[in-house]
Ligand binder design. Structure first.
Ligand SMILES: NC(=O)c1ccc[n+]([C@@H]2O[C@H](COP(=O)([O-])OP(=O)(O)OC[C@H]3O[C@@H](n4cnc5c(N)ncnc54)[C@H](OP(=O)(O)O)[C@@H]3O)[C@@H](O)[C@H]2O)c1
Length: 246
């Protein structure tokens, strides 16, 4: 079905797979990312794949002052937004964060605060519009703090709670808020990790996201088995969990 779609962090490997699916259905796309050369390549590819039209705005999302411009420019181009996907993010160097307040705050700024800023503006836009879906990529890492990635986990955990509150608020306006919780995905973000059987391809994650948006789901784990892995992890007693090397 043709939709008017805003994708923030459009050069992300996962976001590109979502965009390809909407492009193939003849959707109108508005793309935001900071690397203008990569963004142009992505936009060209999506046009070839059948998008009705593709427009883009290169922007560093850490520049919160410009977030209002995103909503206004998107609305001007799309004439209403059916779906907004927020996909940008960074994987912090946890060891560097342990010794640097600046590194820790910078990571929280991009992975949590910039997204909250966008969500505050988008929520008001969608509430007024009275329809649509806001889909945001959080992570299973936000469900329990681990020594190896608790800065990232704190950002994603805070984000998931914010989304839960937003869903409760926007439900009354007929707006769907989808929290996406991927496990391990093979993308540039995880290029340095050793891969194993739990790892998913971005295409698989992209398809699951589009299906969840279509079905107006609240929370989706991708792949699905992470729901059960996280159920176990969340239920390990803290006295045992704190001694584990995770
Ligand atoms: N890969 C995983 O295993 C995994 C698991 C759970 C959740 N996630 C989440 O999934 C989302 C997408 O990540 P991915 O796996 O697709 O990785 P990715 O391909 O590395 O995408 C991350 C994107 O975020 C963009 N970005 C980072 N900082 C930005 C900034 N200040 N302004 C604008 N754009 C910025 C990057 O842009 P540049 O290209 O310009 O750097 C890149 O396009 C992220 O929110 C991530 O936390 C990933």
């Amino acid at each position: 079905m043709m939709s008017r779609v805003l994708i923030i962090g459009a050069t992300s490997a996962i976001a590109q797979e979502v965009a390809k699916i909407y492009a193939a259905s003849g959707s109108k796309l508005f793309l935001i990312a900071r690397n203008s050369r990569k963004l142009e390549q992505v936009a060209q590819d999506l046009s070839v794949r059948g998008a009705d039209s593709v427009e883009m705005l290169p922007l560093d999302l850490a520049d919160i002052e410009r977030h209002e411009e995103i909503v206004a420019t998107t609305d001007k181009f799309l004439g209403g937004i059916d779906i907004a996907l927020i996909a940008h993010g960074t994987l912090p160097d946890q060891e560097a964060c342990v010794t640097s307040v600046n590194d820790t705050l910078r990571e929280l700024q991009i992975n949590l605060l910039s997204t909250i800023s966008l969500l505050t503006l988008l929520a008001n836009y969608f509430e007024k519009q009275g329809s649509g879906c806001i889909a945001v990529i959080s992570s299973v890492a936000g469900e329990r703090g681990r020594q190896s990635n608790y800065v990232y986990g704190a950002a994603k955990g805070g984000l998931s709670i914010f989304l839960q509150g937003l869903r409760n608020r926007l439900c009354k306006a007929g707006v769907c808020v989808l929290t996406i919780k991927p496990g391990f995905v093979i993308t540039p973000m995880t290029a340095d990790f050793k891969k194993g059987f739990l790892w998913a391809q971005p295409r698989q994650v992209g398809e699951a996201i589009v299906t969840a948006i279509q079905k107006r789901k609240n929370v989706v784990y991708v792949p699905w088995f992470w729901r059960w892995i996280m159920l176990i992890i969340r239920n390990i007693p803290e006295n045992i969990f704190k001694r584990m090397s995770l």
